[in-house]
Design a protein around this ligand. Structure first.
Ligand code: SF4
Length: 431
């Protein structure tokens, strides 16, 4: 069977798509690019915002139209939550956000007998972590290792807990074994991903995220380890002190902020305030001078006044993020925030996103400027036009003259900044 996969959404979806690719190719099927002539089009959907749902529907429609005789197989968070809509769009297989191995066998069955199948479980009843194959795609330098699934936080704007069910974690020994496999497959960086990795271990005995980070870091000392998004309350003095000796853990931390105003955070159902967030930022800056701290921000949340937005702007500037993704609030049907009063009009959301985006650029510029004169360890990922590009441990993009560095970590003296990228010269090989 020739199959294509289109993926929407987060790193977990990307990870699961890679796992599907590996599962399918290991069973003798061949992957082709979306849009190419194929027997099965898989769409791994996302439901995090109403916009993601719209894009998911659009991808299904496009696949159905461009490949009328192919099997259209849909999985992921959107089809988990809205299976009827997916069925009505002409999908031949409607599956959800779990059971990837079962999805592969269902797909083979639909391909063989052309009989429609729908396989949607109740995510709230899921127990245990589905271990999936990691990595294995040639030419890549960075692999994702999914260590956690589900979320039990129920933030008021988010649909994910309903789509993914409760917290489940990959056991420590399996996480370490996967890290070794990725190292042996030649990857130089492992990104620890999950829906909410801060909750890692809640379903295991006496285990928390730091145990998983230590297990992976020590199992694959030759690889860099990058942490996925952290809930600010995870960063305690104890957590940071335990990270310090793990030298292969990147000095880059993504702390999910969402709003810099306490009243807005409360309406969002986030379980921290700005003071606790700032404490995490200070702990990280103290233990890891020069680290990159990135974040996400939602603007135009219901009830966000000009004054509240102003508080957020002041707060993000105090945090001096190295990068910030800004999202205008998009109501997700079925979540408490979608039916809150005082929804913000589109133009105001747009204006606030533009203002926050400009603040993000300013902060990024000053972070990059602060890197001038430093030596950064860079993992080189791409090359073209006689120049090589990659990411430093702090997640800044770096470009140097010369080629032939692909998939190696080299020390680079940073001498300048051009178009949001650090520039410099290779000074030593650190491999
Ligand atoms: S922590 Fe909140 S925003 Fe993140 S997945 Fe869970 S409910 Fe959604």
């Amino acid at each position: 069977m020739r199959f294509s996969i289109e993926t929407l959404g987060c790193k977990v979806n990307q990870f699961e798509t890679q796992a599907l690719e590996l599962l399918l190719t290991s069973r003798g099927h061949t992957e082709c690019a979306p849009g190419e002539d194929c027997d099965a089009c898989i769409i791994n959907t996302c439901a995090v915002t109403a916009e993601s749902g719209r894009k998911s529907r659009q991808a299904i429609r496009r696949a159905r139209k461009s490949a009328p005789s192919a099997v259209i197989a849909v999985c992921g968070c959107y089809s988990q939550i809205s299976p009827e809509e997916v069925e009505n769009l002409g999908a031949d297989l409607v599956a959800g956000s779990g059971g990837r191995a079962a999805f592969v066998t269902q797909l083979e069955a639909v391909y063989a007998d052309r009989v429609f199948r729908r396989d949607i479980d109740d995510p709230m009843k899921r127990r245990g972590f589905e271990s999936l194959p990691t990595g294995g795609l040639s030419g890549r330098t960075r692999a994702m290792l999914n260590i956690q699934d589900g979320c039990s936080n129920f933030c008021t704007y988010c649909v994910i807990p309903y789509a993914r069910g409760p917290v489940r974690s990959l056991p420590l020994k399996d996480a370490a074994a996967e890290a070794v496999r990725l190292r042996d497959a030649g990857y130089r960086e492992i990104v620890l991903t999950g829906i909410e990795i801060s909750s890692y271990g809640r379903d295991l005995e006496n285990t928390s995220l730091i145990d998983a980070v230590r297990a992976v870091s020590e199992a694959a000392t030759e690889c860099r380890i990058r942490l996925g998004s952290l809930e600010p309350r995870t960063v305690t003095e104890e957590f940071a002190d335990a990270l310090v000796p793990l030298e292969n853990v990147c000095r880059h931390f993504h702390l999910s902020l969402q709003s810099g105003c306490d009243a807005t955070l409360r309406r969002m159902g986030r379980r921290y305030g700005t003071a606790r967030f700032m404490q995490s930022v200070s702990i990280l800056r103290d233990r890891f001078p020069g680290c990159g701290i990135t974040t996400d921000l939602i603007v135009g949340f219901p009830g966000e006044t000009d004054g509240e937005f102003g508080e957020t702007l002041d707060f993000i500037r105090k945090c001096s993020f190295s990068a910030m993704h800004v999202f205008p609030f998009s109501p997700r049907p079925g979540t408490p925030a979608a039916s809150m009063q005082d929804q913000i009009d589109k133009q105001t959301k747009h204006d606030r996103a533009r203002i926050a985006g400009a603040a993000a650029l300013e902060m990024k510029r000053s972070f990059l400027d602060s890197c001038r004169g430093s030596v950064q360890k860079v993992l080189f990922e791409t090359e073209s036009g006689g120049r090589s590009r990659g990411h430093a441990g702090n997640y800044a993009e770096v470009e140097v003259p010369g080629t032939g560095f692909h998939n190696t970590v080299l020390s680079v003296m940073i001498t300048g900044v051009r178009s949001g990228t650090l520039t410099g010269e290779v000074v030593a090989e650190t491999d």
